[in-house]
Design a protein around this ligand. Structure first.
Ligand SMILES: [Fe+2]
Length: 274
């Protein structure tokens, strides 16, 4: 059996900020300026607050050690530089320790609109602002703990779905308006518009059992979004998550394809920006 350090060989690295070229910094700056303008009125206030606190609006790629100082004081989270996509078990263990892995490369200028693998813009711009929010940070840590449990019970698929439909692609209802909080949407020019304004996807109220049975796709826009009322709602749902009870209750039922409403479900109202 591999020791922890052997198991993790090749995953962790240094940010090596000085290696970034002028072109890399320019790509970050273009993405940052473009997305921040686009997100006005479309994301939850907590993300806007996070961006302001971070002051990552400089025209250069942010330094992880500077981000970590701010994060440490706010919620005790920190960014851990990694070489690429992290194995699920390692990823969940890191979250449970209030650590968030971030890649250290930035996309190329001809990849501004889409990249298959997450890069630093997705990992930092998309995820880090909310790690400054105490309730969301608590949710992330608790999610990590529950996901570690799920992995040990052979229920990894369901932890992945929970992460996907909340941390990556979650929407939130604020009064009569929908806003974005998921990092996959926040960091995407096209999906930040589509998720709120397209008539194609279904947007339904967050429901843990329903969510865990819902399939997701990584290679196209989502056809189903789950809408929460608050981060407190998310936190309490994950706090009370009982894998054994859920396994007996609903996890062995058929998967639900994306893009459909079940019998009693209704679309959440889609009044969006302005
Ligand atoms: Fe992500």
């Amino acid at each position: 059996m591999l020791s922890q350090s052997q198991k993790h060989t090749g995953i962790f690295c240094e940010q090596n900020w000085s290696q970034f070229s002028d072109s890399d910094h320019q790509t970050w700056n273009i993405l940052f300026e473009r997305q921040t303008k686009l997100l006005e009125g479309r994301v939850c206030q907590e993300i806007l607050d996070g961006i302001v606190k971070f002051n990552i609006c400089g025209n250069q790629i942010p330094k992880f050690n500077e981000i970590n100082e701010i994060l440490k004081n706010a919620t005790g989270f920190s960014i851990v530089p990694v070489t690429g996509i992290v194995p699920d078990d390692v990823f969940f263990e890191l979250l449970a320790q209030r650590k968030f892995p971030s890649t250290c490369f930035i996309r190329k200028p001809d990849q501004l609109d889409y990249l298959e693998e997450p890069d630093m813009f997705h990992d930092v711009y998309g995820h880090v602002p909310l790690l400054l929010n105490p309730v969301f940070a608590d949710f992330m840590e608790k999610f990590g703990q529950k996901a570690v449990e799920a992995t040990k019970k052979g229920l990894l698929k369901f932890a992945g779905r929970l992460y996907w439909f909340t941390v990556e692609f979650g929407l939130m209802k604020k009064e009569d308006k929908l806003v974005i909080y998921g990092a996959g949407v926040t960091s995407s020019k096209t999906e930040s518009i589509y998720s709120l304004e397209s008539s194609l996807p279904v947007r339904i109220n967050f429901n843990m059992k329903r969510l865990l049975r819902t399939e997701y796709h990584t290679d196209s826009f989502q056809k189903t979004y789950f809408v929460v009322n608050s981060f407190e709602e998310l936190f309490h749902n994950v706090l009370n998550l009982d894998w054994d009870a859920l396994n007996n209750d609903c996890l062995n039922l058929e998967d639900i394809p994306q893009g459909i409403l079940l019998g009693s479900e209704e679309h959440v109202s889609i009044k969006t920006i302005n």
